[in-house]
Design a binder for this molecule. Sequence first.
Ligand SMILES: [Zn+2]
Ligand SMILES: [Zn+2]
Length: 316
Amino acid sequence: MYVPRPCKVFIRDWQTNVQFFRNSTVLPSATYWGQYEEITKYNADLNVAERMWAAWYAWMQNDVLATGIMSFVMHELVYFGRSLPWIFIDSLGFFKGYKIQSSKIPSLREQWDCAKFVLLSHFTVELPQIWLFHPMAQFCGLQTSIPFPSPWTMAYQIAIFFVMEDTWHYFSHRALHWGPLYKAIHKIHHQYSAPFGLAAEYASPIEVMILGFGTVGCPILWCAFTGDLHILTMYIWIVLRLFQAIDAHSGYEFPWSLHHFLPFWAGADHHDLHHEKFIGNYSSSFRWWDYLLDTEYTPDALKRRRENKAGAKKAQ
Ligand SMILES: [Zn+2]
Ligand SMILES: [Zn+2]
């Protein structure tokens, strides 16, 4: 028989949420949905997502495990889930006219080999790091409490993370193209001169750590300075960043691609050329660093450079 007992972990983790405890006498239930029902009974003001979130932590009774499992499963679902449409598009030949390097369509075999490598890296390199995430997040003051922050707070923080990560990515990626570092670390990622969605995380474990610091470290730095960041905001940011990385590697450029509406957005058009030419276009999300530091590699930038050179020669 299941005997309810007070949930210690739950109390510790949610203690900052005064309103929650004022109304609540939640005891652990044998099932996740039992826990959800308990929370619903005493917290009518919470929305469904907040109740599910609270029920998950209460049911797990182990915060490190709860955050670790949630982070790892989310990463796998989003990474492979977002890559799947690109696998179909490549193998069924949809949108052939929009393929950037149209003669280099990856075979299913190539994509499968890439997926195996990425999975191995996720389970051996990323999983242990994801397990450290909760203790690190708590140490840095990330909130796990409910209610969630407002959509506006999440939106402006995510916009800041995009800018911070892009800056980190530009300089560290550019450094990785320096001869010795390229040979030792970054060469693996450039195995595919015509990239595809799944190849976004096809990289050396050292590269995953260096570039991954931009994705995980920037929000943590933000939290260390402002003391204001919820883990959910971090999750939404990571999901959007995964979408950005996978789409940038997709190899397809559409008339409806985001950079046609936001000219400073990088997109596939920008990163595909980086893989094809091995030079320039070092940024991840935006075009401004490549533009400012003259490392842009696009037909327009090449034309501009030629004109500048010709102008300089005439002036001599
Ligand atoms: Zn590169
Ligand atoms: Zn790449």
